[in-house]
Write a protein that binds this ligand. Structure first.
Ligand code: NAP
Length: 261
């Protein structure tokens, strides 16, 4: 089994990769920073679950279609056709909308939305032609409710829901399964950077529940892939928002507006 993980050099992606290494999969990790990729490669090799020949690291920016399609074509030539893509590469740069430069807004949309679509494009036709494969898209709980200071992130992550649902309809009956997950706050490098910039308003809404660990999130993701779960929510609040968001969100907005007036 060849598993390709974008964002596989760190955080949730790396923990997902670790679990598949433990299952004897062939693995490709995709990210931009060669140092982080090399560290991740060493870490996985040290675990003793995977051999050098079954582990490939590819430097590519998912936001550049030509980069990621070339990287994935090369990975498939080395380790065989992709059986599972976990699209975990993502960034967040919080800040009130009027303070985020357009480049910062575009960067988040390009990485989180277009970068995911680019990675999917690179494997999807091959999976369809072979009649099998699975794609797991890593979105965020922030896809399920607008958050103060997260206009670009919420927009890019909620757009992934539409992308995954539409693709699931197109893929129906083809043997290719499409899943999307909505992780909660999770202790990773991204969260550490994000918390320094998170507004008190967002913290009031999101900061109630303690963050999850990346291994715990990864275990749930891999379990959902095993079961073919189309949508994976984490914890009570995110599950409630995922299932009953249209009822809950007006009440939350009313409470928030009253508190501010
Ligand atoms: N941590 C949380 O609280 C949380 C909550 C909900 C959802 N998520 C989502 O979970 C996913 C993983 O996040 P994480 O917390 O594990 O973050 P992380 O530890 O910072 O890992 C992010 C990974 O994505 C890669 N990446 C970023 N931009 C990329 C690009 N343009 N092209 C290729 N690779 C890129 C990073 O490597 P390079 O920088 O070297 O490219 C790194 O490997 C993200 O999509 C994030 O939005 C995280």
């Amino acid at each position: 089994m060849h598993v390709i993980v974008t964002g596989g050099s760190s955080g949730i992606g790396l923990e997902v990769a670790r679990l598949y290494a433990g299952r004897g999969a062939r693995l490709t990790l995709v990210a931009r920073d060669p140092v982080k990729l090399e560290n991740a490669r060493r870490e996985l090799l040290c675990s003793g679950h995977i051999q050098d020949t079954d582990l490939h690291v590819a430097m590519a920016d998912v936001g550049r279609d030509s980069d990621i399609s070339a990287a994935i074509a090369d990975a498939e030539a080395r380790l065989g056709p992709c059986d599972l893509l976990v699209a975990s590469a993502g960034i967040v740069e919080p800040g009130p909308f009027e303070t985020i430069p357009s480049e910062g807004f575009d960067r988040q949309v390009t990485t989180n939305l277009l970068g995911t679509a680019n990675a999917v494009r690179a494997v999807y036709a091959g999976m369809k032609a072979r009649g099998r494969g699975r794609i797991m898209i890593v979105s965020s709980g922030a896809a399920l409710i607008g958050l103060h200071g997260y206009t670009a992130y919420c927009a890019s992550k909620s757009a992934l829901t539409g992308f995954a649902e539409a693709l699931a309809f197109e893929a129906a009956g083809s043997g290719v399964g499409i899943s999307i997950c909505f992780p909660p706050d999770t202790f990773t490098a991204q969260l550490e950077r994000e918390l320094a910039k998170r507004s008190p308003q967002a913290q009031a809404l999101m900061g109630k529940a303690p963050p999850w660990t990346a291994p715990a999130v990864a275990r749930r993701i891999v379990g959902a892939i095993d079961r073919g779960t189309p949508k994976l929510y984490f914890g009570f609040s995110i599950t409630a928002l995922g299932l009953f968001g249209s009822l809950i969100k007006p009440v939350l907005m009313w409470w928030y507006t009253r508190k501010r007036s």
